[in-house]
Design a protein around this ligand. Structure first.
Ligand code: ADP
Ligand code: ZN
Ligand code: ZN
Length: 732
């Protein structure tokens, strides 16, 4: 008899413990296999966490434990889904992120292997029929059969359908000339790139960076390089070094739209050894790639966030390109950040982690400055190409605006016209986030902020109020500006569609492409639109930050940021950081080819340090300035944050639970935590559930986490309360 500790698919933290089931079948059940169990009358998929052997029978076990054991309904997998390293990683991630282990498993596995019932309807392993020659003696064969046999013999094995008609194959089979076998179908084909003939010579700077990294004793190294400084080539060179030592490479990129480019670079260099994992693949494709990696058939894995869980073994190097990008953090349970998980995995393998960015996250930069991480830099653009000239256009000056077109200033529109005449290309960017929450005075540029938290207030349409999401501060929608008395209070919101429409009115001859997350949802559409732009099928590409990062369009000589400071209105302690980043990245897109580039930045706050320093691409000054803010307001990297999200059907229960949680925590750790809230989150009611959040600030997360985790486990699921933890939240 085997006693199985089974984790069941349930998001409630209260169920974040295994349930015991019995199995007395003939198979040996291993930890990491999935099973179907009866859970209070419901058929659920479970994941076997541990297995204990017992010589007792069911009745004896029930008596011994005083507990009514049941048998599992069926065993789903014969082999564990996760190897030991990943099994262990799962626990480590669950502990760090204070999240249910089952939610970590859901994040780790491709959908068709997830421990949930629906995965059973997912893609099954697909088989194809192959043939191979066993006897090449051609006597007694017809000409057609001879031809077929030679074709088969000339190949090791060949797909049956490629041989020719079924009747020929069948007669060869009857004559015992060939054998048929089934092989698992590889549904995904990486586009066939030609192997690069000879890699480019590295520049002196690139060589130095490679050398610094290879010689560094640190496990984690920040590679800070201005946009266009050639970081990709450094990644490739480092990968070569590690591959030649027999080690494998994990290459992470932040966004789907960037992946094909990195895939292409890596595929050309390491032809045949590259596997891809990212969310753009169909479940079937993902499953194939996942299994291919698990079988050890790929040496390099390129992918987005969840690829950090790729079942790659013998890892020597993990690279995160654009490590500062938010999409590396999952915004639902288990709320993990790929950077943190990468560092956990690297520890296991004794591997190095390279964090690449032009604008590193503050956590990373601060650690590099303190010497916790190693540091390498690329300070110049390739070929010493000048950074684009930037100009900030003050949107408060109505005289510069195009009549009736709130979107475009005259300088921007003229610059676009000029590019069209010169047959050069233009990128126009808007910020994806914070559309209508942006509240500002059109006369003086005043932004409404919270007096105690110094972050921007958010407009709530349903009750016409401006709210602070940190402390709960509320004011009614202002009639006049407190700074200048002007009644011109505006909620500004632009979408890409609106910009395309306005462009059509002013420049009907321009060919305009659009790329935002709506378009980006359509599979392959992103790559197609980008390729069309590269092929000069569009003069202008309008998009969100999706196109701001990482792309290399040599014919682009103008980048326009339609409203650079929209991000400043976000209710986040990182509002300035993300605004700075976006501007820097955008400016870096211009003038990457032979011609000098220009960037025009339209802003209501031209003197805000995030805007002014972003335009200058002056990361170091921005870092110093913003760090002072973080120190005063006590935000990362000066403290660690943990957000707790409560939800309940009865609002009062939700309030009570969060208040008593806060009291409990403050009583236990009077010196180690500051707990803000409970606040009403932006989405205060979701479905039937009311929400409240607490924000914990602490300098000693390791000290409070075990207690916190236990508290959540005990309280969540009781009395209709559900609690989720978001460790190191980005949006607060
Ligand atoms: P980053 O990621 O730092 O913004 P990229 O890796 O995109 O920069 O490189 C910028 C440009 O420089 C690309 O067009 C790339 O092909 C080119 N490049 C990189 N390294 C070299 C090199 N050693 N010699 C010539 N061109 C290079
Ligand atoms: Zn004003
Ligand atoms: Zn506040």
């Amino acid at each position: 008899m085997q006693i199985l500790s089974v984790l069941v698919q349930h998001q409630k933290m209260a169920l974040d413990r295994p349930f015991s089931y019995l199995y007395d079948g003939t198979e040996e059940v291993k930890p990491g296999c999935r099973v179907i169990v009866d859970f209070h009358g419901q058929h659920l998929m479970g994941y076997v966490d541990e297995v204990t052997q017992s010589s007792l029978n069911k009745q004896e076990l029930c008596e011994l434990y005083g507990f009514d054991f049941t048998f599992i309904s069926s065993l789903v997998d014969r082999q564990p889904l996760l190897n030991d390293e990943l099994h262990q990683l799962c626990q480590e991630v669950a502990d760090y992120y204070l999240s249910p282990k089952i939610s970590v498993l859901q994040a780790m596995l491709p959908s068709s292997l997830k421990p949930s019932i629906s995965s059973l309807n997912g893609p099954k392993i697909a088989y194809e029929t192959w043939v191979k020659a066993v006897d090449t003696d051609e006597e007694g064969l017809t000409d057609k059969q001879k031809e077929a046999l030679r074709l088969i013999a000339a190949n090791d094995s060949i797909l049956k359908k490629e041989v020719g008609s079924d009747s020929i194959v069948n007669s060869l089979l009857k004559k015992k000339k060939i054998a048929v076998f089934k092989k698992e179908k590889d549904r995904f084909l990486i586009p066939e790139y030609e192997k690069e003939q000879k890699p480019r010579e590295l520049t002196i700077d690139q060589n130095n960076a490679v050398k610094t990294i290879l010689e560094s004793e640190k496990d984690v190294i920040l590679l800070q390089g201005v946009t266009g400084s050639g970081k990709t080539e450094v990644y490739l060179k480092l990968s070569e070094e590690y591959l030649s030592k027999g080690k494998n490479i994990l290459m992470l990129v932040p966004e789907i739209s960037l992946t094909p480019i990195m895939v292409e670079y890596f595929s050309r260099r390491f032809a045949g050894n590259v596997a891809i994992l990212h969310s753009e693949l169909t479940p079937a494709e993902k499953y194939d790639e996942y299994r291919r990696i698990a079988r050890g058939e790929a040496k390099v894995v390129v992918g987005a966030r969840s690829a950090v869980f790729a079942p790659l073994e013998n890892i020597g190097l993990i690279i995160l390109d654009e490590e500062h990008v938010e999409s590396y953090k999952q915004d639902n349970l288990p709320y993990y950040h790929a950077r943190e998980v990468a560092i956990m995995r690297a520890k296991h393998f004794g591997a190095k982690v390279i964090l690449g960015s032009a604008t590193p996250s503050f956590e990373t930069k601060a650690r590099a400055m303190r010497g916790v991480y190693g540091y390498a830099s690329l300070n110049k653009r390739i070929n010493e190409k000048a950074l684009p000239q930037t100009k900030i256009i003050d949107l408060k000056d109505r005289s510069v605006m195009v009549p009736n077109g709130t979107v475009f200033s005259k300088p921007l529109l003229n610059a676009i016209k000029e590019r069209l005449e010169k047959k050069e290309q233009v990128i126009l960017l808007i910020n994806r986030r914070g559309y209508s929450s942006f509240v500002t005075c059109a006369n003086c540029g005043h932004i409404f902020t919270c007096p105690s938290c110094h972050c921007n207030l958010t407009y709530h349409r349903e009750d016409e109020l401006l709210k602070c999401h940190h402390c709960g501060y509320v004011i009614s929608y202002p009639e006049v500006c407190p700074e200048c008395g002007s009644p011109k209070i505006k909620r500004v919101g632009f979408g890409t569609e609106r910009i395309v429409k306005v462009l059509g009115e002013y420049l009907p001859e321009a060919r305009v492409g659009r790329l935002d997350s709506d378009v980006g949802k359509v599979r392959k559409k992103v790559a197609k639109t980008l390729q069309e732009f590269r092929n000069f099928e569009y003069d202008i590409l309008v998009g969100t930050q999706m196109i701001a990062k990482g792309h290399d369009f040599p014919n682009v000589t103008l980048v326009g940021m339609v409203l650079a400071d929209i991000g400043l209105s976000l209710p986040s302690y990182r509002a300035s950081e993300t605004t700075f980043e976006l501007i820097t990245q955008a400016v870096g897109r211009s003038g990457r080819g032979a011609k000098q580039g220009v960037a025009l930045i339209q802003s209501y706050n031209p003197f805000h340090y995030a805007v002014a320093l972003g335009a200058k691409q002056d990361y170091e000054s921005f870092f110093v300035k913003e760090m002072q803010q973080r120190k005063i307001t006590r935000f990362p990297p000066y403290v660690y944050l943990i957000a707790l999200h409560f939800s309940a059907k009865v609002e009062q229960r939700c309030i009570e639970a969060s208040v008593s949680f806060k009291q409990n925590l403050e009583a236990k750790f009077p010196d180690d935590v500051t707990c803000l809230g409970p606040v009403v989150p932006y989405y205060a009611v979701v479905g039937d559930y009311h929400k409240r959040s607490l924000l914990i600030k602490t300098k000693t997360p390791a000290k409070i986490k075990p207690y916190l985790g236990e508290l959540v486990r005990v309280l969540s699921g009781k009395g209709g309360i559900d609690i989720e933890c978001d460790v190191d939240p980005l949006d607060y």
